[in-house]
Design a protein around this ligand. Structure first.
Ligand code: HEC
Ligand code: HEC
Ligand code: HEC
Ligand code: HEC
Ligand code: HEC
Ligand code: HEC
Length: 398
């Protein structure tokens, strides 16, 4: 191990001497994305446990991941709600057989069919709520590739873009889902050199840097720098340079086109204590008297964990990063963390995570993800969460 590190450092210093980079911690500047399968060839335990995690299961083919409940109830659910029948953008009829990908599995599942106008994928008009086992209206009139994929894929990049005509934009990604390189940065140089060249390891970064990696996706924002193919503000944050992807551990996305971004709680001058009407951030945080008094604003919509976490004393006092309570994979010699059991190690019985972290952020009808503000006065009653939900059954036999 020690030997490898010494070599890695020497290699990094070599690069530094050549004037290509300014920080030896940063991997080779010219590295490209090689895909998780490649990393798995050497990092067997990480690959196996990542493959089993939700990060690897976000977007899959219907054969792999159509939920049994949804498939069985495709026409109508047990409560009489009709299932999906058409594409959201073109309004054309679509059937189960037209679904190219399914998105999600734990809280909800959404269905992608072709959008012939752009060649991209569009959503169908209903989503499946996995806990309440029902169809619900879903109305996003944007392509998957230009509204969602940055947070649901790895190595995403816009390759051509005309601000006067966003419909003609072209995008690319190195793989679907949150692959190894989403959190470790591109690894071609490291992989081709038997692991002897550096790779970003969040465990060796500051708590701030480590959480920033997760924050790229576990956040809610509104982007006016790039539009969707349907000419709406985007909800993700592609790299400002065409052809470039976000590089975890190297890029600070907070500094990208800040004048054209709304990221409450992250960018200065955009507090979480005020509302942003007519944007996707409308009612995104609790702003009532209680929240103003506590000075902590729980999320009302899902994927805002980072913005909630920045408000906590855990973050403000540099105590913990996201990965101190969450293992994206197991690593050799260190079992995966059980998040609910972490509190007792430091607080004894003082804080019950069920009370401190109620389900407040809506992800589907009457279904919530847990609060991450870590407020000791928390007394909001939580709604149903997906905690303790059984592994889902699939429609197609494996
Ligand atoms: C050919 C084998 C090989 C491949 C392929 C490979 N690695 Fe590694 N990796 C290693 C070895 C060996 C080490 C240990 C190096 C050390 O201790 O300095 C390592 C170390 C690491 C570390 C820890 C670095 C540190 O400083 O603590 C990370 C993170 C990592 N690899 C991620 C990846 C990712 C992500 C990929 C795919 C892009 C990948 N590796 C592909 C062999 C490989
Ligand atoms: C490229 C975007 C991206 C990055 C970076 C990312 N996540 Fe996620 N994360 C997601 C998405 C998308 C899901 C939902 C996956 C699903 O339900 O299929 C998710 C789900 C989760 C979950 C809930 C599922 C589970 O396995 O319990 C946790 C916890 C989580 N992420 C923690 C983290 C942490 C910690 C980091 C940083 C070390 C991180 N994520 C980085 C996109 C990302
Ligand atoms: C969601 C973010 C995320 C994803 C995806 C991810 N990792 Fe990691 N990885 C981390 C974090 C965080 C750590 C530091 C863990 C810790 O705190 O010990 C880490 C640590 C590592 C290490 C160093 C282990 C050690 O002993 O120090 C290796 C090697 C590694 N990851 C490889 C991989 C490989 C290979 C994949 C894909 C199969 C992968 N990672 C996917 C976040 C991620
Ligand atoms: C800024 C990043 C980001 C964007 C943009 C984004 N998502 Fe997500 N999404 C996440 C994260 C992170 C999670 C998991 C954590 C959570 O829900 O709090 C998630 C969860 C989901 C889930 C639930 C997964 C499950 O297992 O139940 C679905 C479905 C989903 N997203 C679909 C979409 C669609 C469709 C779009 C585009 C219209 C989109 N997302 C845009 C980050 C994002
Ligand atoms: C590594 C140790 C550690 C872990 C693990 C940990 N905490 Fe903490 N937590 C602390 C420390 C130290 C503080 C005090 C910070 C300060 O001085 O304000 C704190 C602060 C808090 C506070 C705010 C207290 C206040 O006075 O405002 C709450 C609530 C809390 N933690 C809940 C939790 C919950 C719930 C969990 C588990 C999900 C957890 N903590 C896990 C160390 C930890
Ligand atoms: C002090 C510990 C702690 C920290 C720090 C922490 N989490 Fe969590 N997180 C938890 C616990 C506990 C759960 C609930 C797990 C369960 O229900 O089994 C959870 C759940 C989640 C979920 C799933 C939502 C749900 O309702 O199950 C996501 C996504 C997530 N965390 C992301 C993050 C991200 C991103 C960060 C950093 C910005 C972070 N967490 C920091 C303890 C923590």
């Amino acid at each position: 191990m020690r030997m490898y590190r010494a070599l890695a450092l020497a290699a990094a210093l070599g690069v530094l001497a050549a004037g290509c980079t300014t920080d030896p911690k940063l991997a080779a500047p010219k590295a490209t994305f090689v895909g998780s399968e490649k990393c798995g060839g050497c990092h067997v335990a990480e690959f196996r446990t990542w493959k089993d995690s939700l990060h690897a299961k976000m977007i899959r083919t219907p054969r792999e991941a159509l939920l049994k409940d949804a498939g069985d109830n495709w026409a109508k659910d047990g409560k009489g709600n009709a299932g999906p029948t058409k594409g959201n953008i073109d309004g054309k009829a679509a059937a189960m057989a037209d679904v190219v990908y399914v998105v999600g599995s734990r809280w909800k599942q959404r269905y992608l069919v072709k959008n012939p106008a752009t060649g991209n994928l569009q959503f169908m008009d209903k989503q499946w709520n996995t806990v309440h086992r029902q169809w619900e209206p879903y109305g996003q009139k944007n392509d998957w590739e230009t509204q969602c994929a940055t947070c649901h894929a790895t190595g995403y990049r816009i390759t051509s873009y005309d601000p006067a005509n966003p419909a003609t934009q072209k995008v690319a990604m190195s793989e679907h889902n949150t692959g190894c390189e989403s959190c470790h940065g591109p690894g071609s140089d490291h992989a081709a050199n038997l692991g002897k060249r550096p790779m970003f390891n969040p465990a060796k970064a500051t708590k701030e840097q480590s959480s920033l990696v997760c924050g790229y996706c576990h956040v809610r924002k509104e982007n006016y720098n790039f539009k969707t193919a349907q000419n709406h503000p985007r909800e993700d944050q592609p790299h400002p340079v065409l052809g470039e992807s976000y590089k975890a551990g190297q890029d600070d996305w907070r500094t990208w086109y800040p004048d054209k971004m709304l990221i409450p709680g992250v960018l200065p001058g955009q507090p979480v204590s005020k509302n942003y009407p007519n944007t996707d951030l409308n009612n995104a945080f609790f702003l009532d008297d209680k929240a103003q008094k506590w000075g902590s604003h729980d999320a009302r919509k899902h994927h805002e964990e980072y913005q909630e976490y920045l408000q906590s004393s855990h973050y403000k006092n540099n105590l913990l990063s996201c990965s101190d309570c969450h293992s994206p994979h197991a690593v050799p010699g260190k079992a995966a963390i059980e998040p609910m059991k972490t509190c007792a190690g430091c607080h004894g019985n003082a804080y019950d995570p069920n009370k401190i972290m109620p389900g407040l952020a809506s992800t589907a009808q009457n279904l919530f993800v847990r609060s991450h503000t870590f407020n000791k006065n928390q007394d909001r009653p939580g709604g149903p969460t997906a905690t303790n939900k059984a592994e889902p059954a699939h429609y197609y036999a494996k």
